[in-house]
Ligand binder design. Structure first.
Ligand code: BES
Ligand code: MN
Ligand code: ZN
Length: 490
């Protein structure tokens, strides 16, 4: 997997600046003030830094970056002047780090962070943006990114503060790798194996195979995978870092490793994007990795339903009626509305087995959420106001867009079936909400629940603030924050 950059923390030694190789980064306040390292670099470059600052006077804002290339008087190939207020917010510091990651490419970097109190957040922004998925590029080995050294007045403090951030970045990268991976590589079997490997991090990981799923009665989930040669699986990951016996938070992810639509086949144009239809499962996996790496003091279970939606002589047909683990029968109107069939069984199982204190499912569930919210915000649906509020707050503080959408009986009524207990589509109007109402039916009375439709945010065609084009890892930071703020109270 792609690992976050390795960062070395050390005390500030001004005399090291002249001889540093690669790139040197210094911080400047928007009002033009520089720290001792900045002053040293300015002296070495005979005032070039001051000229950069003067040229931007009045226009410098946090997160901006100016580069001095091949500076005379220094061994480095470039000096990056990073604008960052001394009282910068988390978000500004991360943005500055991301700008630095973009500027440096694959070069060695020495960041003179001085006494900046958000140095750890600069490191997080840098680490998140410093990602490339080159597993299938023949010439990738030459592009190996070099390490980063952070010089700071209190290096131990910065290192300790950055450690959990780097754990989260590794979780985000795990998610991105899974989402970016093509479906011929990331089969259900390969996906389960990568999750099983996390046993080494102290997670309890079980893989439930088809036979077991049939015994449990997961007829809806199995109906989705039955047209594929890849076996359907449910993977259960447990992190027990909290009080013994305390009810866990349950995270449930849609893991459709490829969604052709099944017999209700999707059009050819853009179908290749459906390699990301396991994005919900990818986020659940990334969160479990992050909390295990940072040894979170919380009980969290992550469950993912891994299936492939293919057309074949054995595939589920439109009009088929399947039985869910809960017992409700479902008329399959459209085999392309498969995510909800997977989730309803995994959600029911999660509640049945773990009696969770709360449950959040994540899924690239509907194209309609992209029509509604585009690519900036995920759609959030919930049956519990305080639970939803905590989730939205976590998203807000991590800078991941999220927007609450409604639920309601009128939407649920769109799912009434002539011949079964419900059908799997509610027609075109409010497609994301009827999908959420479908899931709602499988939430036990009294379980605080949120459904997050990440179809628009899981993978992008353009670069974003903290990721190059492709998988974003949206949600790992939000859920990690939700857990840290609400489930780790000692
Ligand atoms: N995986 C898709 C949703 C999707 C669309 C994700 C675009 C990411 C980008 C989902 O399984 C699907 O096909 N949904 C259908 C539902 C419809 C048949 C009721 C859709 O949104 O069209
Ligand atoms: Mn589909
Ligand atoms: Zn799908």
């Amino acid at each position: 997997m792609v690992k976050p950059v390795s960062v070395t923390f050390k005390e500030t030694v001004l005399d090291d600046l002249a001889a540093a190789k690669g790139r040197v980064a210094i911080l400047v306040d928007p009002d033009g003030r520089i720290d001792p390292a900045g002053r040293r670099v300015n002296r070495l470059t005979k005032g070039a830094i001051q000229r950069i600052i003067d040229s931007g006077a009045g226009k410098l804002k946090s997160g901006d970056l100016r580069t001095l290339a091949y500076p005379a008087g220094m061994a480095a190939d470039a000096v990056d002047v990073v604008v960052l207020a001394r009282g910068a917010s988390h978000a500004e510091a991360r943005k500055a780090g991301a700008a630095l990651a973009k500027a440096r490419g694959t070069a060695l970097l020495l960041l003179a962070a001085g006494a900046h109190r958000r140095a750890d957040e600069i490191v997080l922004g840098l680490a998140l943006r410093d990602y490339g998925f080159d597993a299938h590029k023949s010439d990738a080995s030459q592009e190996d990114t070099r390490g980063v050294t952070v010089m700071a007045t209190r290096p131990d403090q910065v290192e300790a503060a950055a450690a959990p951030h780097l754990a989260v970045a590794e979780g985000v990268f795990f998610t991105r790798d899974l989402v970016n991976e093509p479906a011929n590589v990331l089969t259900t079997t390969e996906f389960a194996a990568r999750l099983k490997d996390m046993t080494a991090l102290g997670l309890k990981v079980e893989v439930l195979e088809e036979k077991k799923l049939a015994e449990l009665g997961m007829g809806a989930l199995l109906a989705v995978g039955q047209g594929s040669d890849s076996p359907s699986k449910v993977v259960v990951m447990q992190w027990n870092g909290g009080a013994k016996g305390a009810a866990p938070l349950a995270l449930v992810g849609k893991g459709v490793v490829f969604d052709t639509g099944g017999i209700s086949l999707k059009p050819a144009g853009g179908m290749e994007d459906m390699t990301m239809d396991m994005g919900g499962a990818g986020v659940v996996a990334g969160v479990m990795r992050a909390i295990a790496l940072r040894k979170a003091k919380a009980n969290v279970v992550g469950l993912v339903g891994l299936v492939e939606n293919m057309p074949s002589g054995n595939a589920t047909r439109p009009g088929d009626v399947v039985k869910s683990m809960k017992g409700d029968t479902i008329e399959v109107i459209n085999t392309d509305a498969e995510g909800r069939l997977v989730l309803c069984d995994v959600m029911h199982y999660a509640q049945d087995r773990f009696k969770p204190a709360g449950m959040i499912d994540l899924a690239t569930l509907t194209g309609a959420i992209i029509i509604g919210l585009g690519h900036d915000k995920a759609g959030v649906f919930s049956n519990d106001d305080p639970f939803c509020k905590a989730l939205l707050k976590a998203a807000e503080s991590e800078g991941e867009g999220a927007w609450r959408m409604p639920l309601g009986q009128a939407y649920a009524d769109q799912l009434k079936s002539q011949i079964a207990d419900l059908k799997n589509t509610g027609g075109r109007p409010a497609g994301s909400i009827t999908a959420a109402e479908f899931l709602h039916r499988f939430v036990a009375e009294g379980t605080p629940w949120a459904h997050i439709d990440i179809a628009g945010v899981a993978s992008l065609k353009t670069d974003s603030a903290f990721a190059p084009k492709g998988a974003t890892g949206w949600g790992v930071m939000t859920l990690n924050r939700l857990i840290a703020d609400n489930y780790e109270g000692e």
